[in-house]
Design a protein around this ligand. Structure first.
Ligand SMILES: Nc1nc2c(ncn2[C@@H]2O[C@H](COP(=O)(O)OP(=O)(O)O)[C@@H](O)[C@H]2O)c(=O)[nH]1
Ligand SMILES: [Mg+2]
Length: 201
């Protein structure tokens, strides 16, 4: 049978999942999306203008001269049958109105954190907790930033025990891939868990 099911060479239609990347200004969201994307990432960066300077606090974000006005967008094929669309959320408070749009249909999220400015990631953690969107926290290990034990970061961010927390380098494709795989696994476990709970009732 030529057209039988056993024809394993038939191209598969991949499942596409949407993942958000959030975290404070300068934490490495644009870098992360750029590191993994197979397509030229869509970026909406602008040179920090004089006008933006009082709003965009660059203290501790040395050498950063651009700011993402709206968002980053990239795509990565994790497996032949699994493609992620990765959206970097805008870091600045004045773009909060975009978050609810971006969060529509998202499977899960990564909250990037910088140990020098952990408080900048509180809002993102809060946002996903409130909306019940599964997320993992990835500490972007900047050179010169203090290395803290994972548990210290967990306590400082007041994370639930079930939230995965990992270290990463937003510039390294393999490191970012590990983070994205962790988010997908975490989100799918949650879906699985609630299915089982529903079946038990
Ligand atoms: N040393 C180091 N620099 C990084 C890392 N990730 C990002 N950067 C730099 O930090 C700055 C801010 O990163 P960016 O991705 O623009 O932050 P965003 O505002 O969250 O999009 C840029 O100059 C990056 O090159 C990292 O893991 N290590
Ligand atoms: Mg950015």
């Amino acid at each position: 049978m030529v057209f039988g099911r056993s024809n394993s060479r038939r191209p598969v239609e991949p499942v596409t999942l949407k993942i958000l990347v959030a975290g404070g200004f300068g934490v490495g969201k644009t870098t992360l999306v750029g590191a993994v994307s197979e397509i030229r990432p869509l970026r909406t960066e602008e040179t920090l203008s004089e006008a933006g300077r009082p709003v965009d606090d660059t203290a501790g974000v040395e050498g950063k001269t651009t700011t993402t006005v709206a968002m980053d967008f990239g795509r990565i094929t994790l497996r032949e049958d699994l493609v992620l669309y990765v959206f970097g959320t805008p870091g600045q408070d004045r773009f909060w109105f975009l978050w609810d749009e971006l969060a529509q249909g998202a499977l899960g999220a990564v909250v990037l954190a910088d140990t020098r400015r952990l408080e900048d990631s509180f809002a993102a953690v809060d946002y996903f907790e409130r909306r019940g969107i599964p997320f993992t926290v990835a500490v972007n290990c900047f050179d010169g930033a203090g290395r803290f034990p994972v548990e210290t970061v967990r306590t400082a961010l007041d994370l639930d025990p079930g939230v995965p927390l990992m270290m990463c380098d937003a510039r390294e494709r393999e490191s970012v891939k590990e983070v994205l795989v962790a988010v997908v696994e975490h989100a799918l476990e949650r879906v699985d868990g609630s299915r089982r709970a529903a079946a038990a009732t």
